[in-house]
Design a protein around this ligand. Structure first.
Ligand SMILES: [Zn+2]
Length: 269
């Protein structure tokens, strides 16, 4: 399947280098599929939709930095997006879903519960239910799923697209693996912030991957189960070392394909 990489948000948390919201657009036989949705147009018009976390993430309010704008710039309609497979429901990952009201959302049952009916006090500030107030169809995926790779498990939510539970950043966080025309592309979401934590091998421009300590600290601050982070990084490292597998994440732009950065907000790989 052909995959486009999109920037669906640019944010400036205090002390941390600028971070992006890297999302994938998959040309799937069942229609276009987004992996994560970034922030949405309405969020940028009225940042109160982002809840209190907006003060921490501080997104730029440029409407071109949304998945909807990137999809249209590629010549598609937002109606062409039929499914959105979410790594989790933090505001900078699900907000863009409102720009694709006809798309079915896919998430783990644990994440949906955390964000909706069973939100704990420590989780309250991170979710913003107004982002799914357009009442989309939601398909939740229960439990660990079937055995997958490197001791991980997964749910094949659409042919060639697998939701791989990797809890830690949030209660129901998952990576999303996509079989592209060339390789297996694993979007780790927020299972890792600083790409040097898993020794990423597919780095933009082959640039050296120095640790970004403040990004690591930010990751620990945002994690609901920090003790799980190291194990997740190790699993991602094992995946990324496997021939034919490429791991990217949501926020470290050093993993963004090179043509994207030089030509604007999107790239095809
Ligand atoms: Zn995030």
């Amino acid at each position: 399947m052909r995959v486009h990489h999109l920037i669906a948000g640019v944010m400036h948390p205090p002390l941390v280098p600028r971070i992006i919201c890297h999302v994938l657009l998959v040309e799937h036989p069942e229609g276009l599929v987004l992996v994560d949705a970034g922030v949405g147009r309405a969020d940028l018009v009225d940042p109160r939709r982002l809840g209190p976390s907006r003060h921490l993430l501080r997104p730029e309010r440029d409407p071109s930095t949304t998945a909807a704008s990137a999809v249209e710039a590629l010549g598609f309609s937002t109606d062409d997006v039929r499914h959105i497979v979410l790594t989790h429901l933090d505001i900078d990952h699900v907000g863009g879903a409102a720009d694709f009201p006809g798309a079915t959302l896919h998430t783990t049952a644990d994440e949906w519960a955390a964000a909706t009916v069973d939100t704990k006090l420590a989780e309250k500030a991170r979710y913003s239910p107004v982002q799914w107030a357009h009442d989309p169809e939601v398909r939740t995926w229960e439990g660990e799923g079937d055995a997958w790779r490197h001791g991980l498990s997964g749910h094949e939510v659409l042919s060639g697209i697998t939701l791989v539970p990797l809890a830690g950043h949030t209660r129901g966080h998952a990576a999303v693996a996509v079989e592209t025309d060339h390789d297996l592309l694993v979007h780790a979401g927020d299972a890792v912030f600083d790409a040097s934590c898993f020794g990423a091998t597919h780095v933009r421009d082959g640039s050296r991957l120095d640790p970004v300590r403040l990004l690591r600290a930010f990751e620990r601050t945002m994690a609901i189960q920090p003790s799980r982070l190291r194990g997740n990084h190790e699993a991602l490292a094992a995946l990324d070392r496997e021939p034919g597998v490429r791991v990217v994440n949501a926020h470290d732009e050093r993993l963004f394909p090179p043509r994207l950065m030089s030509t604007g907000l999107r790239s095809t790989a």
